[in-house]
Design a protein around this ligand. Structure first.
Ligand code: ATR
Length: 280
């Protein structure tokens, strides 16, 4: 049976096997999707064994069956480096979360995170077109979503980061794609239509040190993190009376759906899977 997996380190927390197993069932696809922990210093070798078989990690019976990988922390940049072919979006993202083989059996990479974020927000009936967008953070997660957001023709995108130089560096990469500028936290003093938190602050239960002036009663807020309860960022935004808050669970399922489409040519329905994960 065709083999797919998510590879990371650590990996035990991953919801990807559940999501892809639900997709496969829904789309009547015969495949197996597992989670794999690659050694921190052997990622390239691990991936090559998965696709081509060199006997270092996988049994002989696996040979020829490895069809696709999702890649998560901390390997997305390394995965990008080992690809023979990258989509235009992946080139700019500097990281990939989806690997597959092309017709010549070469490893190809795509970054479906940004596509997932944009699709999840659009699923809520929210358009980016002509909107003022604030993205907080300037790490790998934000770099991965900037191109798909700029493709949606917003009026402007401001990338604000605690360390301004990192926001400057990101903006320089994407400046030809639209009106995108950088900002420090203390320069933010006006409301945005859509505010996206792409920092890792929520993971530690922290809030970026930003004025609540970024919110108005019509602001839509999206935290790329997700948690069982409201993330601290979304709880804070709600207290300020914003229109709606969303977390990144939908993005997780949508990025998986795009990877599934790349591998199998079928686009699974996501709504019921998101609902199921939400209730789990
Ligand atoms: P990721 O891959 O999740 O993007 P990263 O590349 O380490 O991780 O980036 C983390 C981002 O979260 C950075 O923008 C970081 O800000 P700095 O560049 O100033 O470090 C941001 N971040 C993390 N904790 C934060 C906090 N408590 N307040 C504000 N920003 C924070």
């Amino acid at each position: 049976m065709d083999q797919y997996a998510v590879v990371g380190n650590p990996i035990s927390h991953s919801k990807s096997p559940l999501i892809h197993t639900l997709f496969a069932k829904q789309c009547s696809q015969e495949l197996e999707y597992s989670k794999l922990e690659s050694p921190l210093n052997g990622f390239s070798d691990f991936v090559n064994d998965f696709f081509y078989g060199n006997g270092n990690y996988f049994a002989e019976s696996h040979q020829g069956l490895g069809k696709g990988l999702n890649v998560t922390v901390p390997f997305k940049e390394q995965a990008w480096s080992l690809c023979s072919q990258l989509s235009d979006g992946a080139k700019l993202a500097g990281a990939v979360n989806t690997l597959y083989l092309n017709d010549q059996n070469k490893i190809c990479g795509e970054n479906t995170d940004g596509i997932g974020l944009v699709r999840d927000i659009k699923n809520q009936g929210i358009s980016f077109e002509g909107k003022k967008i604030l993205i907080i953070g300037a790490g790998g997660a934000v770099r991965g979503v900037l191109q798909p957001i700029l493709n949606e023709m917003p009026e402007k995108v401001v990338v604000a980061n605690r360390t301004l130089s990192k926001a400057d560096a990101l903006v320089a990469i994407f400046s030809e794609l639209g009106d995108v500028s950088s900002s420090g936290f203390d320069q933010l003093s006006e409301p945005f239509d859509i505010v996206i938190n792409g920092t890792s602050a929520s993971l530690g239960g922290q809030l970026p040190d930003i004025s609540s002036a970024i919110f108005s009663s019509s602001t839509i807020v999206y935290d790329m993190m997700y948690a069982k309860a409201l993330t601290v960022f979304n709880a804070w935004a709600k207290e300020q009376g914003v229109r709606a808050v969303y977390d990144g669970l939908g993005m997780l399922v949508e990025q998986a759906a795009e990877a599934f489409f790349i591998w199998r040519g079928i686009r699974p329905k996501t709504e019921e899977v998101i609902q199921l994960l939400r209730e789990a």
